[in-house]
Ligand binder design. Sequence first.
Ligand code: UD1
Length: 455
Amino acid sequence: MKTASNQPNQQNQKTPAFLMKGLAGRKTLKGRVTINGAKNAALKAMAAAVLFDKKVRLENVPHTADIDTMSAILEKLGAKITPVRNHVMEIDTTGMTAANSTDIDPVLAGGMRASVVLTGPLLARFGKVSFPAPGGCVIGARPIDLFLEGYKKMGAKVTLENGLYQITAPNGLSGMDNFFHIISVGGTETLMMAATLAKGKTILSNCAKEPEIINVAEWLISCGAKIKGAGTSTIEITGSGRNIGDAGKLLHADQAKPFVTIPDRIEAGSFLLLGALCAKDLVIEKCEPKHMTAVLHLLGDAGVIMEVAADTITLKGNAKPNSQSKSFNISTKEYPGFPTDLQAPAVVFLTQVTGESSILETIFEGRFKYVEDLVQLGANITVTDPREIKVKGPTAFAKPIGDLYAHDIRAGFAIVMAALVANGHFKIHNAHLIDRGYESLEERLTSLGADMRRS
Ligand code: UD1
């Protein structure tokens, strides 16, 4: 029997759901899907808007729920936002003040871990910030010690009172030498942003190398920030030397150089894995295959026939895994390794391939909660360790009518994949979690031939 903890928000009737009819191998998806900008880059650019003395323009921004949450947080802090329209948004933080703009809304921040990246720009500009201590999260504890250690080294004082962190640096931040004892995407981005306004030089070592970090760094550089080495393990930042209270030493937005969000490699990888399961002649457009090497190699070795061009991947040949398809093992890793965000979609693919696979989750503990739903559908999966599972395929997925649950953004997409290959009618609860990372998923899958609607 399912446990209550495995059915997040099931009591909340207000959350949206997807109603789906599985393809059951009788039908295949076909068509073209356009990849949106990377939400994990756009969110960081939104946070970076606080570093600027002028309105900034962001382009190719995906209209996902996380982007709306970040907009709401910034608006509560006093920023003026022109909401995403045709994937363009503008953020004007000139009206933000030290008196009114440093207490991040705890409720909104609780809904999205990425809001912690705002603490760096706010602290650097206003010399203080308050932020709720993150609680347990559906994909693990997700501590913020790396952020706090970094701020302390930059001269800030950190206190925790009634569940709120108060971080203060009334004289501004100072440059520092920091080694990340765990490679962290958010930690790298946040300390990099904070250091752009600090006094002196900051050296960050053992940094994450994700393309989203380069995307944000290149934009900041084009607006006057002095950053070297983004995308490598050592990043060197020479700060502008801001004194808190001074009007100057912020970054200057150049309207001719908007932030242009790179294609979302996780969204592209999700559609690729889904297509490899149940689509024929699926064209994945406006993606960046050079950011997807790990997943492209694994799928190529598994026998999936793909044509890879500069910004397009076309799935050819068989619409689903066949006797020639090979299983593979996965160990999630920092970029350029196999992304943890594609772990769950890849597991659904592996349930349909002949052979045994082992999946090791090295980044987050607690990222296998969706496995129980797959097992209920018919998957043969053994949890050998909180961080490791074994999948034996292929197994047919069937359930005449079933309730399934999105546990987080990516596991939610994986459950949609599972429902698509299955035989049956499904209600996928908590579609709002899927909306956090995938814009209009039901419309895009319907245009490829899926039978799916929102309720
Ligand atoms: C980002 C992505 C997320 C992706 C993850 C790893 C965004 C909005 N999210 O999350 O989709 O799954 O990278 O690629 O960009 N850690 C600490 N202390 C800290 C910070 C992190 O121990 O202070 C640990 C985390 O618990 C985790 C590891 O570091 O085990 C990596 O996490 P991190 O790279 O920071 O993930 P996020 O930036 O939160």
